[in-house]
Design a protein around this ligand. Structure first.
Ligand code: SF4
Length: 492
């Protein structure tokens, strides 16, 4: 029997840290980042996984984990917090082996409780198996019920545990066979990496909702990662996407690709990866994210130009779009808001007076660039509408004569069921307010959103993308879609 040492540190006295972002951020919550590495030499596998996760930190800041196999035993360390805080030298020391997977988490299904931190590692009759998942399986509640009826005990509240247990119980001689038999049951978004005793397996759902790429490591072996920026950090070459429905097996110096399921005819790549989630230096679906964002700004200037003196981004994701808007409109761009990029998690609660300052905890206005100016403020999205108003006020208080808000995507009117937490439909400002009402609500002189057509022109594709949060046209029926915490009642 293989042993599965688990290292998982709990906060003293049940103390939990909290995100300052909760009070200062109105962006959709990032999803998750996954990494997988397999090498023939076993040197620095956990360290490479760490630096890959470090490059994917923007996809999830609540928790991180790495599981490593030496060919027989798997070891894991995972905890709440940023990647750099979770993995100390002491935590890394036991993580030796040839194959590894990692995960950085923002909770989509299941609360951010310790039990839901990934990877999930289970001991099976076939040896250890760990799973790290980005996405959301929309029929997970029904699959979970089925597992419970078959007598399985479930300890966590996320769909990733459902994936792990279904795989462990599946028939087949190899993990590839078990995966192939199980895959058709999963409906929804999944970019998965699995760790077995002697291999790493990557698989992507047939719709291709979430990104997943692979590359060859310079020192031998292969890596898979949610975004190409992580592969670039590791110096990977021969970078390619894991295709929708494809299973990729990494075993030291060997890599095998197998189209296990046909790609769905209505592929559904997430447009929001371009608008907000992915790092600008990543390539998603063959397009550099920074360049698409610049084109979003160009389209926005064409559709909703306005007389102004300066274009400013809400940093960071709107910086390329502000450059594009400026290029197209001829209005100079400049910094108007400076973001504290180190804000995130803290044990320290802000005082009530500080909390009332809201976005000022995260942004300061550059008065010198704003006073007396007619300002175009570019932002990537309006979700609940909680920060746009305070940002407009911050810019006005710095002396701006006018503030025109331009958003680089259409109004978000529907919740995402494919791994992005935007809240429920009722939480979304655009679901129950007109553009004029939103303009008044945030106190802007004018407010305009990019059209769906303009956004897709910037992406450079007419179809093949999911735009359900803008249109309500879900690529997969979501009648079974669960609320984020729908499993929570089942497990105290
Ligand atoms: S609903 Fe929106 S955020 Fe969710 S996958 Fe589709 S485009 Fe992406």
């Amino acid at each position: 029997m293989n042993s599965v040492p688990v290292s998982l540190t709990r906060r003293p006295n049940g103390q939990s840290d909290r995100r300052l972002d909760d009070q200062t951020d109105d962006t959709p919550r990032d999803e998750c980042g996954v990494m997988g590495i397999s090498t023939p030499h076993g040197e620095g596998v956990a360290e490479m996984t760490f630096f890959g996760l470090f490059a994917l930190q923007h996809r999830g800041q609540e928790a991180a984990g790495i599981a490593v196999s030496d060919g027989q035993r798997a070891r894991i360390h995972k905890d709440e917090g940023l990647v750099a805080n979770v993995f100390t030298p002491d935590a890394m020391a036991p993580l030796t082996g040839y194959h590894s997977i990692g995960h950085t988490r923002y909770s989509t299904t299941g609360s951010s409780a310790h039990r839901n931190i990934q990877p999930f590692l289970v001991e099976t009759m076939h040896g250890p198996m760990a799973v790290a998942h980005n996405g959301n399986i929309v029929n997970a509640p029904a699959l979970r019920e089925e597992l419970l009826h078959r007598g399985f005990g479930l300890t966590a509240t996320s769909d990733t545990e459902v994936i792990a247990l279904m795989l462990a119980a599946a028939g087949g001689r190899t993990w590839q066979e078990r995966l192939e038999r199980t895959l058709p049951a999963w409906k929804g978004a999944f970019s998965l990496v699995l760790l077995a005793a002697d291999e790493v397996i990557a698989v992507r759902d047939p719709w291709g909702f979430r990104p997943l790429s692979l590359g060859r490591l310079p020192q031998g072996g292969y890596a898979v990662a949610s975004e190409t920026c992580a592969l670039a950090t590791l110096g990977c070459t021969e970078v390619d996407e894991v295709r929708p429905g494809e299973i990729v097996t990494l075993r030291g110096a060997e890599m095998h690709r197998h189209q296990a399921l046909s790609a769905a005819p209505n592929s559904a790549h997430c447009t929001f990866e371009f608008v907000y989630f992915s790092r600008p230096d990543s390539v998603w679906d063959g397009h550099n994210v920074h360049h698409v964002r610049q084109r979003l700004g160009i389209e926005l200037a064409r559709e909703s130009g306005v007389e102004a003196d300066v274009v400013i981004p809400v940093p960071d994701s709107s910086i390329p779009a502000a450059i594009g808007y400026s290029t197209e409109s001829g209005i100079p761009h400049n910094d108007g808001l400076i973001k504290n990029r180190y804000i995130g998690r803290t044990f320290i609660e802000p005082t009530q007076a500080m909390r009332e300052r809201g976005v000022a905890l995260k942004f300061n206005a550059l008065t010198e660039n704003l006073a007396g100016k007619r300002v175009v403020m570019i932002d990537d999205s309006l979700v609940r509408g909680t920060t746009a108003g305070p940002l407009v006020k911050l810019v006005r208080d710095a002396g701006a004569a006018e503030v025109h808000v331009r958003i680089t995507c259409p109004p978000i009117t529907h919740a995402c069921h494919f791994g992005v937490d935007m809240g429920h439909d009722g939480d979304l400002m655009a679901a129950h307010k007109t553009v004029a009402e939103m303009e008044e609500h945030i106190g802007a002189d004018s407010l305009a959103f990019l059209s769906l057509e303009g956004m897709m022109r910037a992406v450079g594709a007419a179809d093949g993308y999911c735009n359900a949060c803008f249109t309500g046209d879900y690529p997969i029926a979501v009648t079974e879609a669960q609320a984020k915490l729908s499993f929570e009642g089942a497990i105290a």
